[in-house]
Unconditional design. Sequence first.
Lengths: 179, 353
Amino acid sequence: MNTKILIAGFGGQGILFAGKFLAYEGLMSEKEVSWLPSYGPEMRGGTANCSIIISDGLIGSPIVDKPDILVAMNAPSFDKYENDVPAGGAMYLDSSLIERKTARTDVNAHYIPATALAGENGLNGLANMIMLGNVIKHSGIMTMDSAKAAMEKLVPAKKQEMLGLNIRALELGYNYKGE
Amino acid sequence: MPKVLMKGNEAMAEAAIMAGCRHYFGYPITPQTEVAAYMAKRMPKIDGGVFLQAESEIAAINMVIGVASTGKRVMTSSSSPGISLKSEGLSYLAGCDLPALVVNVQRGGPGLGGIQPSQSDYFQATRGGGHGDYHMIVLAPSSIQEMVSLTVKGFDLADKYRMTSMILADGTMGQMMEPVSLDVGEVKTYEKPWALTGTKCERKPNIVNSLFLKPDELEIFNNERYKKYAEICKTEAMHEEYRMEDAEICIVAFGIAARVAQNAIDEARARGIKVGMIRPITVWPFPKEALAKAADKVKAFIAVELNMGQMIEDVELAIRCRKPVLFCGRSGGMIPTTEDIAVKIAEAAQIGG
């Protein structure tokens, strides 16, 4: 298995952390992983994106230009990367912030109102994890148990109060039934 | 030791500490700032550890010269424009025969350029950088694991030959994370009878100096240095081969370019094209012998670089222009895609054997 994932959105939405979480789970599951962020001015507001590869074999280039899984958390990112997903790939879109649907019929599109769900459930700032919960559900890249174990390791001791919130967000996305 | 997930910049900093470096002088610049940030966090917690953010790159490299002359392991890091500022110091380090480790996490140039990854400082790094006849040992990692191992190796070679080692990385290698083992094995140390440690009135003073006004004297130093370089060229060149056993086309690429090339090679092999790669791990000394040997077997080479064509000259020199060398490069912070490389592979495949 070799899964290429691209997560994209605004700076501040936790795009890089979401990617780090996926990479960390891969590390704990003894897979090969790579994580490559966009860096520079866009990290300080504007668009941010992050390439993650999780693989059973050695990883060549860490650059993801044809993502098997695209997680788009704002409209500019969706516009930019919509056509990079190869046929048969999947896109997960935060439908609170992306109003249109994809015209493509050769991909599996999932619409999750993650930002709204986060607000309604006291999980402001955790739309990223709601999105990933839904990715875990449909893609099978990891089990929920493994995801929780990775989150336990990743959230630093100083921020333990964030652990439960992150896991709740993952579960919310995992259990979201669709519009 | 279990693997951890680290950015290349952080992994280099930790590896330097594990190699015994206790003095780091830096100045922030994207995309290498995490090296300085990591050192700022770690060094004060280590016995004898010094982190100092200098007022400029020029100040930082001169502080490196100061510590190096006492025989302690010392390091600075920067990105392309910052390395240009340090170049005077690099020349002085060479003229004084001092060991040091300098990291260049390259970004697009010339001038202030951009902040995206590049390999356009290849000429600068492999030809010395500053003025005068000299070289640095230049190591080009293509994984986070190599950023660790080559940092340790860089300190070792610097001490062994009393010269500067440079890690020639790029924005991608600095910013990306991969699982990495921080088990660096046993770290060798070297006697440094030349170091300025104070005579305690028990020995003659040592002198570290790069000023020799008598030309015949200066020439002797240069000749001695070049004898050392010849020895290094013979014994320290490192490379890795990928799918070269039956290759008819040989890609030459280092660092991140080699990672992209690896994907392009796998895809071309799936289409039945016999292509492999020689990846220089040291770009100075350049692995000339491996390339010369490959030139006996393959019909063409392709140099893949994040620049307008720099290493390609070393490839042509190494093989004495016996076979055509195609070029695949992007510049300014752009990275060649596997498709860019596939086009060149197809072109090379058309060349008659």
